[in-house]
Design a protein around this ligand. Structure first.
Ligand code: NAD
Length: 436
């Protein structure tokens, strides 16, 4: 059974559904609806629901940055903590022009469930600045980052809330944030941020971790579906940090990568793409489009190609009720957060398409961030092989726990992941009680 979502836009009162409206729900309302569905599955009490369907803290900051031409621009940023019952808050920082508080709240809530689903001792948070980082110089980017870090510093710290990279941010930006927090404290606080360069307390294997986790789970799902991984085909939407490492690792595992794309469009060759030649092409052309040994496809067409595995690893809401019936993959590994819209879940489920949901598909990032934080706190660092082995253990265990719940409760994989995660957070919240 897939968990269905009514198309209502009102935030429902705890446990009850709001009026039916035709307008599309906001990102946070969608996140609340996913939570409500999970709460229904596990029979969560109304009291427990009330706290968990809201965020704990939301900080909005407006701050000035002097541009290289001497002008001053005021930027808006956020840091939201959804829940800290199971440990410090954990969540990335996104630099993107199209972001607002509503989406940051939704992403913070998703982080709570993601950490709980894979069993690491964190709550959930998210940060963002409404900015297009590609339009800033390195100098402007550093100033913006240091000022934003200062503005949210009251919430950040190894025991409180630990940021990491997300869309539009990278290890260099994490190094600037760590340095800024450290300057305020008067000593190095490496464990205040993860996803840093290895030179300043970063972890081996962190950059590739989301793609590596997605790869491990794709291979486990194929095994579960009794599909021999050799000779199977893959299409990957979004050839960025997550998409590229997933592509490379799946190719190394013997699968044939037939299509990839970026924001400018995609390429398709049913006989397989030459990834080494493609990387050379990207270095010259700055994107995958125009690659000679493949045909051009749009991002929409890529999703509907006849492949075994589809990995949407770019942006949210690319598989919706409009195209779900045309997806031909047997397995979807949801690399990007919320790539599949709620309305599409039941359609895919009914069509027998197996989904590895975002909440675990890209959790390799936060799992290795957890390892980074542990290594920083101990000032004792592990080899990459050890990290990859531990990542495999944690993410595969989570996959089978979720699969077990999915089969036992006869619900789809996303609903099962949410049910497990919400139960864990609810247990922690209940056993701690209400202060004072
Ligand atoms: P990225 O910026 O490195 O790459 C994104 C890719 O998608 C780029 O190739 C870009 O050209 C392409 N793209 C952008 N808009 C597109 C569109 N409309 N259609 C098709 N392609 C488009 O980002 P990333 O870090 O790889 O993140 C991708 C997704 O994975 C996001 O949802 C992010 O939240 C999630 N994620 C990332 C990490 C991480 O550590 N990087 C961890 C967990 C989840």
């Amino acid at each position: 059974m897939a968990v269905e979502f009514p198309t209502h836009a009102e935030p429902a009162a705890a446990h009850s559904r709001g009026p039916l409206l035709q307008t599309r729900a906001s990102a946070f309302q969608t996140a609340q609806r996913r939570f409500d569905a999970a709460a229904d599955v596990i029979g969560l009490s109304d009291d427990a629901r009330r706290g968990l369907r809201e965020v704990k803290r939301e900080l909005t900051v407006h701050f000035p940055v002097r541009r290289d031409d001497g002008s001053v621009h005021v930027y808006t940023g956020w840091r939201v903590q959804h829940n800290i019952s199971r440990g410090p808050a954990k969540g990335g920082i996104r630099y993107h022009p199209d972001i607002d508080l509503d989406l940051v709240k939704a992403l913070a809530m998703l982080m709570t469930w993601k950490c709980a689903a894979v069993g690491i001792p964190y709550g959930g948070s998210k940060g963002a600045v409404a900015v297009d980082p590609h339009k800033l110089s390195q100098n402007e980017l550093e100033h913006l980052t240091r000022r934003y870090a200062t503005e949210i510093a009251i919430l950040i710290g190894p025991e409180k809330d630990i940021p990491a990279p997300d869309m539009g941010t990278n290890p260099q930006i994490m190094a600037w944030i760590m340095d800024t927090i450290s300057m305020h404290q008067g000593h190095s606080v490496t464990a205040s941020v993860t996803g840093k360069p290895v030179d300043v307390g970063g972890s081996e294997g962190r950059v590739e971790a989301p793609g590596r986790g997605a790869t491990y789970l794709t291979l486990e799902a194929l095994k579960y579906l009794h599909i021999d991984e050799e000779t199977q085909t893959v299409a990957v939407q979004g050839y960025g940090q997550v998409g590229r490492s997933t592509t490379r690792l799946l190719s190394e595992a013997g699968l044939r990568i037939v299509a990839v794309s970026d924001s400018r469009g995609g390429i398709y060759n049913p006989n397989g793409l030459d990834l080494a030649a493609l990387d050379e092409h990207r270095q010259v052309r700055g994107g995958v489009s125009g690659f000679k040994k493949a045909d051009a496809v749009t991002n929409e067409e890529l999703l509907e190609l006849p492949v075994t595995v589809l990995v949407p690893a770019a942006v949210q809401d690319v598989i919706t009720d409009h195209n779900a019936a045309r997806i031909r993959a047997r397995l979807i590994t949801e690399g990007a957060n919320a790539a599949v819209a709620p309305e599409a879940d039941p359609i895919l489920h009914e069509r027998g398409i197996f989904l590895v949901p975002d909440i675990i598909a890209n959790a390799g990032g936060v799992i290795v961030s957890y390892f980074e934080w542990v290594q920083d706190l101990q000032a004792f660092f592990w080899e990459e092989e050890e990290i990859n082995t531990k990542l495999h253990h944690v993410i595969t265990r989570a996959f089978y726990e979720i699969l077990h719940t999915s089969v036992n409760k006869r619900i789809d994989m996303r609903a099962a992941a949410y049910a497990l995660a919400v139960q864990r957070v609810a247990n922690a919240t209940t056993v701690r009680g209400i202060y004072p």
